[in-house]
Design a protein around this ligand. Structure first.
Ligand code: HEM
Length: 524
């Protein structure tokens, strides 16, 4: 290791902050700030590529440069792998599924899963998403009508989490969580607010422990994660046990239904069917199939609920945008009724320019998956969109990086890049998507719209992005049509909590967990 350290490519001349200590490097700044906060500060101070320190003097870089990101996500493919510790974490969260797998193994998972997430399948789920958005809206209407006030404060996050968990249960597994009906459910309990409980609010002690854990040999570390009494690990362990138990039963039921010739279109049934048509060498094992279900619950649940909540916050802050969107929704609704239909289709939503612009701006401004981590699988050279100045004053146009370097890709930072989104990139403004020339595509980084990184890009991009988009828009059209949202004093104190998913908490009330109270009244 010493030989490798002394002979490997050095990144010490790249600009970046001084570490706070050898033990924790810059981890405290990185992990305790709100999501994106330190990214924006370092990007402003040091530029598009920042060197910082992990535990025990480990080098890391934080990347904002569009061309470098394009190279890491798209061109580089499997040359940028997930670091071992990240994969270990995935193993604990969801088992040996698609998020954990790497290289040819990951390609095998992806090949079997991709057809279930196609545009056609996602579009077919719109009536189901609309069913749950309308169910939520009926509940809110009943509560508002029963109150003596014209408006009621709802914790929008808790309601949306329940609605999206119901929606993902039905769409992905034909499983009824019934969270909106207030039903207690072991699986629902295990997965609601999962991310904040497991990864949120790290204390100084947690960070030191995280740094010291690196010194423990991996097999012992994994054993400790499985057995050691620990509040955070317990959240993961309960979700793993309950998730696997339910997934096993569902897979058995669905396999039987398929063998009897029944034609269900939920994601799990499509996956089982795709798996049957593979030969033995490329088929997913039962354990891998169980992991895919646990993955979908984690990856697809809170990400959509929190994105919806950030959207409502922006609408509450900008009543004029709310009115404009509501007018477009109602105009479209009239067109739908005129042609003799009763509900929005995916094509209707795609044909609504302001709805599309608001969707993109929300995903840009509040990317709930705010960073991803990769490791260079070989010595490599990162191309740059524009030259950077090193700490010693040299100008470089590309950056040699050593094998094993940890690369943090800042989705938050890239999505606010001034070269791409303009000098007002820190302002929430859907009009930027409607005004030609306001977005400069420096490089094609992402799977959705190219210029957005919110769903990442390349071989490991979000497999559920079409599903997520249509689910978000199904809730947008229902909620903005029926309700008017305004700010509460708490909503002015919102924090973007970094806990794997970027979740809203309230300053001074973080112990209460994720929440976003907004004032809701029936729309005129
Ligand atoms: C607004 C909602 C969502 C956002 C912003 C989002 C974002 C992302 C991002 C950035 C990644 C890449 C993570 C990494 O490489 O470390 C990812 C991966 C993934 N997402 Fe999503 N996601 C969303 C919703 C969903 C939904 C609804 C599903 C499933 C129904 C889903 C399933 C997945 C899966 C399975 C992966 C792993 C893909 C792989 O490793 O090949 N996501 N997502």
């Amino acid at each position: 290791q010493l030989h490798r350290r002394l002979t490997r490519i050095s990144i010490s001349d790249l600009p970046g902050p001084q570490p706070e200590s050898f033990l924790t490097g810059n981890l405290r700044q990185y992990l305790q700030s709100q999501a994106g906060e330190i990214d924006f500060e370092w990007q402003e101070t040091y530029g598009d590529l920042v060197r910082f320190k992990g535990p025990l003097g480990e080098d890391r870089i934080l990347v904002f440069d569009p061309k470098a990101l394009q190279y890491i996500f798209r061109t580089g493919g499997y040359n940028f792998i997930k670091p071992k510790e990240r994969r270990d974490l995935s193993l604990l969260i969801s088992g040996p599924g698609i998020v954990w797998a790497d290289g040819p193994d990951h390609r095998r998972h992806r090949k079997i899963m991709t057809p279930a997430f196609s545009t056609k399948e996602a579009k077919a789920l719109v009536p189901l998403f609309l069913h749950f958005s309308s169910k939520l809206s009926h509940k809110w209407k009943d509560i508002i009508s029963a109150s003596n006030e014209q408006a009621v404060v709802f914790d929008t996050l808790s309601w949306l989490s329940r609605a999206t968990l119901d929606a993902i249960g039905a769409a992905a597994f034909d499983y009824q969580f019934e969270r909106l009906d207030g039903k207690a459910n072991e699986l629902g309990d295990a997965y609601s607010s999962f991310c904040l409980h497991a990864f949120g609010r790290l204390s100084e002690g947690d960070i030191v422990k995280q740094a010291l854990t690196q010194l423990i040999p991996r097999p012992i570390r994994m054993l400790m994660a499985k057995c050691r009494p620990n509040r955070r690990m317990e959240v993961l362990r309960v979700a793993a046990t309950v998730g696997s138990k339910v997934a096993k039963v569902l897979i058995e039921e669905k396999s039987e239904a398929i063998l009897e010739g029944k034609k269900s279109r939920d994601i799990m049934s499509l996956l089982i069917r795709a798996n049957y048509s593979e030969d033995d060498r490329t088929r997913l094992s039962e354990e891998e199939m169980i992991s895919q279900m646990r993955t979908i619950l984690v990856a697809g649940g809170e990400s959509t609920a929190t994105s919806l909540t950030w959207f409502l916050l922006e609408m509450a802050k900008h009543p004029e945008m709310q009115t404009k969107l509501r007018e477009e929704i109602r105009q479209k609704r009239r067109e739908i009724e005129t042609r003799g239909d009763s509900e929005f289709t995916a094509n209707d939503m795609e044909a609504m320019p302001y709805l599309v612009a608001v969707t993109k701006e929300t995903l840009r401004f509040h990317p709930v998956s705010y960073t991803t981590v990769r490791e260079a699988a070989r010595d490599d050279v990162l191309p740059l969109s524009k030259p950077i100045f090193t700490a010693s004053g040299k100008t470089i146009t590309e950056v040699p990086i050593p094998k094993g370097l940890k690369i943090f890709t800042s989705i938050n930072g890239y999505n606010r890049h001034k070269d791409v989104f303009g000098a007002d990139s820190h302002v929430y403004d859907p009009e930027r998507w409607l005004t030609p020339g306001r977005i400069e595509k420096c490089a094609s980084v992402g799977v959705f719209d190219g210029s957005l990184l919110s769903f990442a890009g390349g071989v490991r991009s979000c497999i559920g992005w079409r599903f997520a988009l249509l689910e978000l828009q199904s809730f947008f059209v229902e909620l903005i049509d029926k309700f008017e949202f305004s700010l509460t004093p708490e909503a002015l104190q919102v924090r973007r909590e970094a806990c794997m998913v970027m979740s809203p908490t309230i300053e001074g009330q973080t112990d209460k967990g994720s929440q976003l109270p907004l004032l809701v009244k029936i729309a005129p």
